[in-house]
Design a protein around this ligand. Structure first.
Ligand code: NOJ
Length: 752
């Protein structure tokens, strides 16, 4: 009796202690009253100063003018300034020499690693394992934080259906469900549950919104999208980030249906703040406020500031129009004092939540030992291995034996230290990259002869290196050819009109293949390539993406069978660029291409099908997915569901189960994917929509029952009146290892 009372007492005490905020985690009411106190003391210039973010120098230094601006309270944030010592130097000025002692917020693009570089986000999405992205973001956060960075401009959440767009590399591909899972994971990885914690940083969901839908795949280009498409395809990853507690959002460069994203009240205020209740702040993308003039929305600088502020942009990146024109706009009543105060409030709120006021400095002693820790480096290797996708493997060409007599390592990307780091490589250094050649050399037996020939460059038209590469292949037992894109061919301002391998790389592959030696192509690239000839001819293809600092080791782990590949494509691979946009979750037409007659929706000169479908990827073992069952044949409709309703009746669910069995001889991973189709509705619906996935590891012969719960909310869509509804009728349920090889069944949503 006594003991149980004691237990209750201890438990109660523990509960009380948990409920008390830590010193850094302050109560919201306290934060708001501290903000009120500050706002009451701020001059207009100081308020506008909080809305300003300025760029440092590429090498991480601040600019001399920053010191003076901070001293005068005229600069709230910087980007690209990094390093514990430099950030502290600026912070000391803010905390000791400025009137109100408001700390500076240091932002930086930590997209897929700070110093330890992880695979590009598109690659991590290929793992179909959001837990990995959470881990890599968490390591990136720790490294960045120890280097004085408190805020990353990540995750990038743009759905991309057009591989010509270079920034497809930075996101999670074409699917809103998969991208939402990664969005939440990355936010949790960067921020944890409390971004004032010692190893965490503030995240930023970008680019709000539809930046990936630029016409023609051309960067920064206009978009023209229905509200349904925005809400169903482009918004969901951002909603997932907001639900995961993301502290900031970046407004995009592009125009959306005639209103640029950085002056768009519908997206910035109605959806983000009114519907989703986002209470952090919005930063514009780099000079996107000033660019409202080029868009033709603003007549001049002052107009641009007015439009952006009134639409809901809080902080201006790099251009200085809020500062320059804020006073006149207020005076003329074109912007209200409440709008300015609200923007300042949102920024200060996040600075308080970050704990910046109480702990403004970075411990300089930590930085040297915190970068590239052995455990971070080994995580980078593991994550890279789990992100790669085996596209073809005829006659078990892969894996290779480590004791093989000789290997020819060929291609312009076989020993390139820059390409694996990809775009936005944080503070990553080429000297820390393990190239494929180095990874292979480290893996094979001491007797194996590893020869290397570059063959050609990625981009130029010279073939003078071909004879050496061909000779090397001839004298070797096997040829591994590394082709793809250089780092500068992907990312921002890197749109391409062709998805073919650049330069003479395809000819190099052909020349090596013609030697008759077993040829394996390893792709090092940041977007889907058009490689139909390779797929038709070469026996084995590995999509290694841009795998980060440890790419070479991870490739060697797979090539020699220490790791069994299990990644799946998060984006459709076209046969030719002329098929773009090509994505799995398209609407049907009245004349589906499957029908065997001329007048159907297809091309005369190329099949309508992709080279590889969304969700595709092989393993060194084989799996069987069978026995698809549902818990119910019919579920009640919930009628109209408001999207804010979180809890749905339990009976508005159906449980989907399948058996997955490893029928091969090695342990391996399968990603079981669940798709649905709303067969007939008041609006046309996609032919398939991903609604669940699980990556499972199975031993040879092992069979497992995999279960998914489909909730009513997952069956809904935005109707003609822009209301989220679940409509009665038949739904197909499809399960399989990719978006095409599916077994299916169906159920009904019963009428009300
Ligand atoms: C422009 C890019 O669009 C954005 O993603 C990035 O965060 C900023 N520049 C800052 O570097």
């Amino acid at each position: 009796m006594k003991l149980s009372r004691l237990c209750i007492l201890v438990l109660a005490l523990a509960l009380i202690l948990c409920a008390v905020p830590t010193s850094a985690q302050q109560r919201p009411a306290d934060i708001e009253s501290r903000i009120n106190a500050l706002l009451a003391r701020m001059t207009l210039a100081e308020k506008l100063g909080q809305l300003q973010q300025l760029d440092g120098e590429g090498n991480g230094n601040f600019r001399p003018e920053h010191l003076d601006l901070i001293r005068k309270g005229l600069l709230g944030s910087t980007l690209n300034v990094r390093g514990a010592q430099r950030t502290n130097q600026l912070q000391h000025v803010a905390m000791e020499e400025s009137r109100l002692k408001i700390p500076v917020l240091f932002g930086f693009d930590v997209i897929h690693g700070y110093r330890t570089i992880f695979p590009i986000p598109l690659a991590e999405a290929s793992s179909w394992d959001p837990g990995l992205a959470e881990r890599s973001a968490s390591i990136a956060a720790q490294e960045a934080r120890d280097a004085g960075v408190r805020w990353t401009f990540a995750p990038m959440l743009d759905i991309a259906r057009d591989p010509r767009w270079g920034r497809i590399t930075e996101g999670a591909g074409e699917d809103p469900y998969l991208a939402s899972a990664f969005a939440g994971a990355r936010v949790r990885g960067f921020q944890g549950t409390d971004y004032s914690a010692p190893q965490k940083i503030l995240a930023c969901a970008k680019h709000w919104v539809a930046y990936g839908a630029g016409e023609g795949g051309r960067d920064y280009n206009t978009t023209d999208l229905s509200e349904n498409t925005l809400r169903e395809i482009y918004f969901p990853p951002f909603k997932a980030a907001v639900d995961a507690g993301v502290g900031t959002v970046m407004s995009a460069f592009n125009d959306i249906n005639g209103v640029p994203a950085s002056a768009n009240p519908f997206t910035l205020t109605r959806v983000l703040r009114n519907e989703w209740k986002f209470d952090g702040f919005v930063v514009s993308d780099y000079t996107s406020v000033k660019e409202l003039i080029n868009h033709g929305l603003a007549a001049n600088d002052k107009d641009a500031a007015r439009l952006a502020l009134n639409a809901g942009v809080d902080m201006e990146m790099v251009s200085r129009l809020f500062n320059q024109h804020g006073p006149a706009l207020l005076k003329e009543g074109q912007v209200s004092p409440a709008t300015i105060d609200e923007a300042v409030r949102r920024i200060l709120r996040i600075k308080f939540r970050l704990g910046l006021f109480d702990h403004p400095y970075t411990d300089e002693a930590r930085e040297p030992n915190s970068l590239l820790k052995p455990e971070s480096v080994s995580a980078a290797r593991e994550i890279a291995g789990r992100s790669m996708v085996l596209l073809k493997n005829e006659r078990q060409t892969l894996p290779l034996d480590k004791n093989i007599r000789s290997i020819a390592v060929i291609g312009p990307l076989a020993d390139d230290r820059r390409a694996p780091l990809g775009w936005w490589a944080g503070d990553g250094r080429e000297e820390n990259t393990v190239t494929p050649l180095a990874g292979i050399r480290a893996k094979v037996s001491p007797q194996t002869k590893v020869g290397y020939a570059k063959g050609c460059e990625v981009k130029d038209s010279l073939t003078t290196g071909f004879p050496e590469a061909v000779a090397l292949a001839r004298e070797s037992d096997v040829a591994l050819v590394f082709v793809g894109e250089s780092a500068d061919m992907v990312g921002e301002a890197a749109s391409r009109s062709s998805l073919d391998l650049p330069g003479r790389q395809m000819d190099l592959v052909k020349a090596i293949y013609e030697t008759g030696k077993p040829t394996i192509v390893v792709l090092v690239n940041g977007r889907p390539p058009t490689i139909e000839w390779i797929v038709d001819n070469v026996p084995a293809i590995l999509e290694s993406w841009m795998g980060g600092s440890q790419a070479g080791n991870a490739i060697a782990d797979i090539v020699f069978g220490d790791v069994n590949p299990g990644g799946k494509l998060p984006v459709t691979f076209p046969r030719t660029v002329g098929q773009v946009p090509i994505y799995y979750n398209h609407m049907n037409t009245g004349r589906p291409p499957e029908a065997n007659n001329r007048y159907t929706s297809k091309y005369l000169d190329v099949p309508w099908t992709p080279l590889f479908p969304f969700g595709y990827g092989l393993s060194y073992t084989q799996f069987k997915i069978t026995n698809l069952q549902l818990s119910a044949q019919s579920i009640p409709a919930n009628g109209e569901l408001q999207f804010r309703v979180q809890r749905l009746p339990v009976n508005g669910e159906v449980t989907v189960t399948v058996d997955v069995e490893n029928v091969g001889k090695r342990a391996g991973d399968e990603v079981v994917q669940l798709y649905i189709r709303d067969v007939a509705a008041s609006m046309t619906r996609p032919v398939k929509e991903l609604k669940g996935f699980q990556r499972v590891t199975l031993q040879p012969g092992e069979k497992r029952r995999v279960e998914f719960v489909l909730t009513a909310a997952q069956l809904g869509f935005w109707n003609r009146e822009m209301r989220f509804v679940v409509e009665p009728g038949e739904f197909k349920v499809m399960v399989g290892p990719n978006s095409e090889d599916l077994i299916e069944t169906k159920f009904d949503v019963a009428g009300r």
